[in-house]
Design a protein around this ligand. Structure first.
Ligand SMILES: Cc1cc2nc3c(=O)[nH]c(=O)nc-3n(C[C@H](O)[C@H](O)[C@H](O)COP(=O)(O)OP(=O)(O)OC[C@H]3O[C@@H](n4cnc5c(N)ncnc54)[C@H](O)[C@@H]3O)c2cc1C
Length: 417
């Protein structure tokens, strides 16, 4: 353990125990720090905003991070490999296919239900030593004091306690209150699009293919699931989404069938439907005095390319790495400015590339502009016959571009740099 102090003096406190905050806490375990993780929702809650009914397409780099954290074995049984990605544009000839085997990969990524990831991560946290779990509890304020940052935390029942930590991490999602309390601005761009998510049974087996289908009304992603069903993410304008959400199952399936086509035969059965309003949000900075921002608190993306969590998990892996390196180099203070600046520089580059890619896709495929549609199908055709573009896309699916965190390469935090 590093540092000294009273019972509520910590090395590091994380606000938000969702997918990214919980992953970060687990990644930090080998560093022997005194850590607290504060999560607003009780574990296992059916209203959990992070561990909900969604399924997440994990890049191979993210799977490697989960393997390094020792939690993948608890997710693996319900993880479905993606062997091929099929991209099409309704009413156009262009089709792009990316094949894992062609790229020399076992899989292009894996689909895992968010609830499965949440349960595995929190099980890992409960089993870890040195982590104080506070849930349900809510961070309500922060301030800097000499050598530390304080957090006021409201526990269930209304009791408010104060924590002091050398470093505080905001992992509290897109509308991060901690980021705001620390005075860091964020830009927020509403796409005026709503994603409907659900699961469906289909006449034909998915055969481990993930589909991305662009239609003039919005994209549909269909992801293979472990029990033979498929997860869907169907993006529509908000008023259209409201109409679709209110339809009886058979009418909803009929509209989905028209938009998606018959690649999987007839669509037979649809599960519960949930909706998410889509936006692009970006914090002005990744760090402030004794504060780092990770995951959706740093950036919230459109799910069109399935990059949001993968990027957030790389935030967590990179922050853990710069802190591990600083400690290995003899630093006594995990909240010192130098590792935070290293983290900020690293993340700015990765985020810039992923936001440009994702937002570019939304703008290219999210609009029914005649001229653009021509370009799009040309683009898809060219893409399918241009191996370099496919390799680049496959690398992105793998989460391998730019500087890759050690954990994403399967190297332990305290392993070779
Ligand atoms: C429809 C949809 C599909 C998606 N599909 C994919 C995909 O396939 N691949 C992919 O990579 N990404 C995907 N994403 C993105 C991904 O879900 C997010 O990037 C991810 O959930 C971010 O995790 P997070 O932990 O940063 O934030 P969140 O999931 O928002 O978690 C934040 C946590 O902080 C807690 N919290 C909030 N305020 C406080 C407070 N004051 N005190 C304490 N705790 C607090 C919340 O209870 C919550 O648990 C998708 C997103 C959507 C909307």
């Amino acid at each position: 353990m590093t540092g000294t102090g009273g019972p509520d003096d910590l090395d590091l406190a994380i606000s938000g125990g969702g997918l990214v905050g919980a992953s970060l806490a687990l990644a930090l375990v080998p560093l022997g720090l005194r850590i607290a993780i504060i999560e607003a929702m009780p574990p296992g809650s059916t209203d959990h905003p992070s561990f909900d009914e969604r399924t997440t397409a994990l890049a191979n780099g993210s799977v490697r991070i989960f393997q390094s954290l020792g939690v993948w074995r608890h997710m693996e049984r319900e993880a479905t490999p993606i062997r091929r990605i099929h991209v099409s544009d309704q009413g156009r000839f262009g089709v792009a296919r990316i094949d894992a085997a062609e790229q020399g990969l076992e899989a292009l990524g894996y689909v895992v239900p968010n609830r499965v990831m949440g349960a595995a991560l929190w099980e890992g946290l409960r089993a870890a030593s040195g982590i104080r779990l506070m849930a349900p509890a809510r961070v309500i304020d922060t301030a800097t004091v000499p050598g530390a940052r304080t957090l006021r935390v409201e526990r269930a029942g209304g009791e408010v306690i104060e924590l002091r930590a050398k470093l505080v991490v905001a992992a509290d999602g897109t509308r991060s209150a901690l980021r705001e309390q620390a005075g860091i601005a964020a830009e927020h761009w509403e796409y005026s699009q709503t994603a409907i998510i659900s699961t469906m049974t289909t006449q034909r087996f998915h055969d481990h293919v993930a589909y991305e289908r662009f239609t003039p009304e919005g994209p549909i992603a269909v992801l293979p699931l472990s029990d033979g069903r498929c997860g869907i993410v169907w993006t529509r304008r908000p008023e259209e989404a409201a109409r679709l959400l209110a339809l009886p199952d058979d009418a909803f399936l009929a509209e989905l069938q028209t938009a998606f086509g018959f690649r999987l035969g007839r669509l037979l059965c649809i599960g519960a439907r949930h909706s998410y309003d889509l936006a692009l949000s970006r914090s002005e900075r990744h760090v402030a005095e004794r504060l780092a921002i990770v995951g959706n608190a740093a950036q919230g993306l459109h799910p069109i390319a399935g990059q949001g969590f993968n990027l957030g998990l790389r935030d967590a892996a990179s922050l853990a790495e710069v802190l591990a390196d600083a400690l290995a180099d003899g630093a006594a203070d995990v909240g010192a400015d130098a590792p935070l600046q290293a983290y900020a520089a690293w993340r700015a580059e990765d985020r810039g590339r992923i936001v440009a890619f994702t937002d570019g896709l939304v703008r290219l495929f999210g609009t029914p502009l005649g001229a653009l549609r021509g370009l799009r199908s040309l683009g898809l055709l060219a893409f399918d016959s241009f191996p370099a573009a496919k390799s680049a896309m496959a690398r992105l699916s793998v989460g391998a571009a730019g500087r890759i965190p050690r954990l994403a390469r399967g190297v332990p935090l305290n392993g070779n740099r």
